[in-house]
Write a protein that binds this ligand. Sequence first.
Ligand SMILES: Cc1cc2nc3c(=O)[nH]c(=O)nc-3n(C[C@H](O)[C@H](O)[C@H](O)COP(=O)(O)O)c2cc1C
Length: 191
Amino acid sequence: MARAFADVAVPREVVDAVLDAGLRAPSAGFSQGWAFVVLEGREQTAPFWELTAPITSAGGGRWGRRKQAPVLILPLANRQAYVDRYAEPDKAALGLDPVAAWQAPYWLVDTSFATMTMLLAATNAGLGALFFALGRDDRELLAHLGVPGGYQAIGAIALGWPGDGDVRSGSLARGRRPRRETVHYGRWAGA
Ligand SMILES: Cc1cc2nc3c(=O)[nH]c(=O)nc-3n(C[C@H](O)[C@H](O)[C@H](O)COP(=O)(O)O)c2cc1C
């Protein structure tokens, strides 16, 4: 993740190449129940930051450089697309309706996969990218952007050319959990 961005625009074709990587993500039943709102330039990004405050104002000036990101992508998940897809003849026998029967909410899984492939594509393109949580009621933001009902934002991606003074997450001090704790060959092994 990158948290400082240069005040330089990202050409639309570069943004679209990142989005294309998201659109190639796998999806359950090939439902592709996702959508992405792309905000480019100050005029479009400033209202986003206003409508996501106070969470994006928290931590003093920590969000300052992130707000310079020239591009924001809002990945949205559509639960109904999966309910409808899994009611189709080739899927109905799975019994994944009503929604309570879903062990893993595929709409969040798929939108997250798409988000991750975009983060990787952005990094490959030499961009910096940050996925961050909106952390508060996003209804006002979604209404401002004209997002139809039924779409849930899973967070947001800030995108731009890397800037000076990048800040690593304070959480990294926790250290990466070792494989012996997290991977279990054959069966779950105690510590
Ligand atoms: C679901 C999720 C929410 C996150 N929210 C934030 C956030 O609100 N602010 C932030 O700076 N980073 C956020 N991150 C980034 C993590 O802090 C970061 O991925 C982690 O510290 C590991 O650092 P790295 O991705 O640079 O290796 C989030 C990551 C995920 C997956």
